[in-house]
Design a protein around this ligand. Structure first.
Ligand code: SF4
Length: 391
């Protein structure tokens, strides 16, 4: 087994996307063959141990850096612990590693002990870097402005899928089968706290004392006392609040948000018992404007930041920043890293910035996209416009 490429995830973890598509994890490439949960008769045969999953396990054990796991290889190259590295540590004690290392067939006898559930795309925000798959509001906006979006032919096509799969028998029976041995449940969305049956899902976990619950929220939903009581029964809670700017910057990028509400949610959730709390921030085109205030906020409130490097949509990644803006941003990050050597997230950003190469075509797509969005939303910020002018 090659430790540099081995990943425990295809042996112990499943992710279900908002459309019901089954994949090993949220970092796997979108080309990886998927299967919809509502078409699965026999979980083990139809998906968990199908040819693609066996091949993935095989490649990773043999030291092959499969193209499907490119995001993990890139995170590792930037010095950010990848999902692979995190889960190899975290799930090892719950997984039969002896059986895995001896396996010559790459068939997993045990069912997943960790689940990443995106129960629907229902969301009340329209974040600029989000798409219809993960936000019902983005989907509606695209449907209502089809003529304006026609000029942006580089956007992914709209989605159309059955969003009722979490209530259907196939998912329910799968969930109740894996639930007793579940050691980690991750809830994302959409906005998971807006989903009606999310409390039932959490309540139904029987062995909460041996299960870690992770929730990524946009900070718009106030948790009631019943919900908090459920959370406190878990071995540990990992709570992430997505923040991509403070004040008007945050409200611009995460459109539909209200900064005072997000600030209040952060204040409450970061004090929960049993909780590893962190802000979650996407490193992207707008970051040269919006990230410094997030850093100041994190330092002031003594909070960690989990950095996700934007890979989709492509035109919002850091390579669309103009070189002059990039240079200013990079100097800022280097300076802050020297001032705050304890802030690991600054080193992670530094690592990602090393791969920067200006791509004029992406910049142009980003400019067109921003202009259409500002027009539709009547939401123009002069400071954002500056990002399209060479300083
Ligand atoms: S290496 Fe990364 S992308 Fe591949 S299965 Fe593991 S966690 Fe997922």
């Amino acid at each position: 087994m090659n430790a540099k490429t081995f990943c425990i995830i295809p042996w112990s973890h499943a992710c279900i996307n908002p459309d019901g598509g089954l994949v090993p994890c949220s970092r796997i490439s979108t080309d990886f063959p998927t299967k919809n949960i509502d078409t699965v008769e026999d979980f083990s045969k139809d998906w968990w141990n199908n040819e693609s999953m066996q091949q993935l396990r095989n490649d990773q054990a043999q030291g092959i850096k499969t193209k499907y796991c490119d995001l993990c290889w890139k995170d590792e190259a930037a010095g950010k612990p990848s999902l692979r590295q995190e889960y190899n540590k975290r799930l090892a004690k719950h997984t039969n590693l002896r059986m895995i290392t001896k396996s010559s067939t790459y068939i997993a006898d045990d069912l997943p002990i960790a689940l990443d559930l995106n129960l629907s795309n229902i969301c009340n925000y329209k974040c600029l870097m989000c798409g219809p798959m993960f936000s019902s509001e983005v989907q509606t906006e695209r449907n209502q402005n089809q003529v304006k979006f026609k000029s942006l032919d580089f956007l992914l096509p709209p989605v159309n899928y059955n969003s009722n799969w979490p209530n259907e028998e196939k998912f329910q029976s799968f969930f109740y089968t894996v639930m007793p041995t579940l050691r980690k449940l991750e809830l994302k969305g959409g906005e998971p706290l807006l989903i009606k049956n999310v409390l039932n899902t959490i309540e139904s976990i029987q062995d909460k004392k041996n299960c870690i619950l992770s929730i990524t929220t946009n900070g718009s939903v106030e948790l009631d006392d019943d919900f908090v009581e459920q959370l406190e029964q878990f071995e540990r809670i990992w709570m992430f609040v997505s923040v991509d700017g403070v004040g008007e910057h945050g409200e611009y990028v995460r459109y539909g948000s209200s900064w005072p509400t997000v600030d209040k949610t952060i204040s409450r959730l970061s004090k929960l018992k049993n909780c590893n709390f962190s802000l979650a921030t996407v490193l992207q085109f707008y970051s040269s404007l919006t990230f410094p205030s997030v850093v100041d906020y994190a330092i002031e409130h003594n909070l960690d930041i989990q950095i996700q490097n934007c890979t989709r949509p492509n035109f919002l990644n850091i390579n669309s920043m103009l070189p002059t803006n990039f240079a200013i941003f990079s100097d800022y990050i280097n300076q802050k890293t020297q001032q705050h050597p304890e802030a690991q997230y600054l080193k992670v950003v530094q690592g990602f910035l090393k791969s920067y190469v200006f791509e004029p075509e992406l910049h142009e797509q980003c400019r067109q996209f921003t202009s259409v969005m500002d027009d539709i939303r009547h939401n123009r910020l002069d400071a954002v416009q500056e990002l399209f002018h060479n300083a």
